[in-house]
Design a protein around this ligand. Sequence first.
Ligand SMILES: *Cc1c(COP(=O)(O)O)cnc(C)c1O
Length: 388
Amino acid sequence: MIKQLLFIPGPVTCAPEVLAALARPLVDHRGPEFAAALERITTGMQPLFGTSAEVLVLGASGTGGLEAAVASSFSPGQKILACPVGIFGKRLVAIAKTYGLAVETLETPLGHALDANALGERLRSDGAHEFAGILLTHNETSTGVQNEMASLAAAIGDHPATVVVDSVSGLGATAFAMDAWRFDVVVTASQKVLAAPPGLAVAAVSSRAWDRMASARIPRFYFDLQKAREFAKQGQTPWTPPVSIAFALEAALERYETETPARVYARHDRYARAIRAFAAAAGIDVFSHPGAHSVTVVAMHAPKGCDVAAIRKELREEHGIVLGGGQAELKGKILRMGTMGDLGPADVLRGLEALEAVLRRQGFDVTPETGTNAARAVLEEHLTTALR
Ligand SMILES: *Cc1c(COP(=O)(O)O)cnc(C)c1O
């Protein structure tokens, strides 16, 4: 296998020191060394969430964190307003339905962000406050769409529903203000912006949500935030956690802090703009609509006359460049390029050069270097020396 650069929206390319942390000798997961790692992760993650609330680490992928959030927050039969804008939002709906919640869905066309006015209007017509919960997605990885969370928070206003947010592929890449926005349970995972391997979900829980959880009656066992909270008080998790992934996440958080959040935000934004500039110059339509673009993943319509599976196969096998395709109903229709992970500007350019070459080889009509020069201009914005 040739060395690969991952441009899928998780898991992502990890830095060498993050991978090296995986090789640390294992410790007692109920001993002081692991407690120190947990403490480091939970306090280190608070600024990313924009919260002073408790942060919990769960041995699970992002979906496990979302399942824990839903199962721990509600009782069967409660009415929930779900606001999916793509496939991950629909997964959250599926979780809620699995646990017997009465889910009403506020529909948004694919490629668009959730309309804050539509959300506000629906909630204003819920004068009796029948909705016990609201399910939101921060960044919809399947369509490359990012919701404007501040305006969604404003639209929710003082509606008392418990707000659960999937920020699995968003948290850390833009400023997030859980406390100011009064979100109740926000979930992320190790293998996206933080650029650690997959295996840990991280959830922040508001004090209001904790109070309500005391009477939440959905049956649950493994994915129980209250149980996680009890053990967290002793620096533990209820079940054996992926200890090595926690060490890697600790190292990844260290890197995040050293780079500084402002530079991390700018990096994702710059890479996403470079990819969109590539697409625009090459004549490929971006799937997300203006104002709704994600900074962690860019979804592009399939270039005219090209087969997405063939593009991805050739990129992977001939160039070691791994891009995402479309999921579910978007399969074969879009190509997705993530910006997360330990990637430098030269890596992004290399990925786009390979994409341009493969598209040309597959008969797509683009003059050499049209797209890559447009991307290069964006990637070089903040550099003092030219890329290659
Ligand atoms: C990756 C992702 C998830 C979780 O996926 P897992 O495979 O369970 O980690 C959930 N929501 C969004 C928006 C994601 O990008």
